[in-house]
Design a protein around this ligand. Structure first.
Ligand code: EAX
Length: 324
């Protein structure tokens, strides 16, 4: 999303700044991701670029590791301007803007390249722009990645084996509906509660990209992993709308430009991290199981009843456009 798009979205770049040209200020950027993970490497680049290009006037203070709370809480805090920025999973954000629910359909993207085609299209831009109605400006699509299963008691290979399994999910209605549709017992909770829930046996498993499973230490209790790649999870880089619109045009350009570079960096880091972390999980004693083609097909087929039930409940035009 270039500055041109920001302008096209009708954001006033020139008038009525609450923040005068040349002011110094701090942007608080909260996230649940571990410090040092690829996302936070991207956020750190963003902070550096913004500082450098504003000659030190604009400081971005990143708070990783759920220091400022869970994702829903931080989205609300950003809406109200208690913090300026956050970058939640798209599914959690879909609670605030239902048009994003189309990304919560399992197996909709086969690989990241296909996902990028959609995210970087007019459709993707439109979805980001729609967040203005929720008091948020989306600076771009971040990336969490493909989500895989991690179980405590043993490997799950087929969707049938999910019957009765208590699986921690995000607080995402479409995810909950899918897992329920295959007979699992989805247990939604915010990210900061997951580790303890796994340890205490409140849930039997969790699903997340390898990088987060590992850095959040979920793979210690849940070390039976299966590469299901059931959901591609883009994150959205958000900044408070009131705050952003109060900035000078110059500062808006600095922030948007740095965000564009952050997104590019995150994508390039994500291209290899999954395999690197997978190897680390195995080295640490975890079991990682690939699906055979036939098993993968069983997973894809398992989602058909869910699609039938839910395709008409979401933004059907957008869903169709993505599927095409
Ligand atoms: O956005 O809650 C989750 O499982 C997410 O993957 C995490 O918060 C990163």
């Amino acid at each position: 999303i270039a500055v041109g798009v920001v302008a096209a979205l009708g954001i006033s770049l020139w008038g009525g700044s609450a923040m005068a040209q040349g002011d110094s200020y701090t942007i608080k950027f909260g996230n649940v991701i571990s410090a040092g993970d690829t996302q936070n490497q991207g956020y750190a680049l963003f902070a550096d670029l913004v500082k450098e290009r504003s000659d030190g006037r604009i400081k971005v203070q990143v708070y990783p590791d759920s220091q400022l709370g869970g994702e829903r809480e931080m989205i609300e805090a950003t809406q109200f301007g208690d913090i300026e920025m956050t970058a939640p999973s798209v599914g959690v954000l879909a609670n605030f803007d239902k048009s994003l629910e189309v990304f919560d359909f399992p197996f909709i993207f086969e690989d990241a390249e296909t996902a990028y085609k959609v995210l970087d299209s007019e459709l993707g831009d439109e979805m980001l722009a729609g967040l203005q109605n929720s008091g948020l400006i989306a600076l771009g699509w971040g990336e969490n990645g493909f989500r895989n299963l991690a179980m405590v008691k043993g490997t799950v290979k087929t969707p049938d084996e999910m019957k009765g399994i208590k699986l921690r999910t995000m607080q995402v209605p479409m995810h909950i509906a899918y897992w329920r549709s295959i007979g699992a017992a989805p247990t939604p909770m915010p990210f900061p509660e997951v580790f303890t829930s796994l340890q205490q046996g409140v849930v039997d498993g969790v699903e997340n990209p390898y990088e987060l499973l590992y850095s959040a230490k979920f793979t210690e209790p849940a070390h039976y992993l299966t590469e299901t790649r059931h959901i591609y999870d883009p994150e959205v880089i958000l900044i408070s709308k009131d705050f952003f619109e109060g900035l000078s045009a110059e500062d808006q350009k600095i922030i948007q430009g740095a965000a564009d570079e952050m997104v590019a960096k995150i994508r390039s880091l994500k291209a290899t991290i999954s395999d690197e972390i997978r190897a680390k999980i195995v080295a640490a004693g975890g079991t990682v199981t690939d699906l055979t083609d036939a098993e993968r097909q069983q997973w894809i087929d398992s989602a058909i009843p869910f699609y039938k039930e839910n395709a008409s409940k979401v933004d059907t035009e957008k869903l169709k456009a993505i599927l095409e």
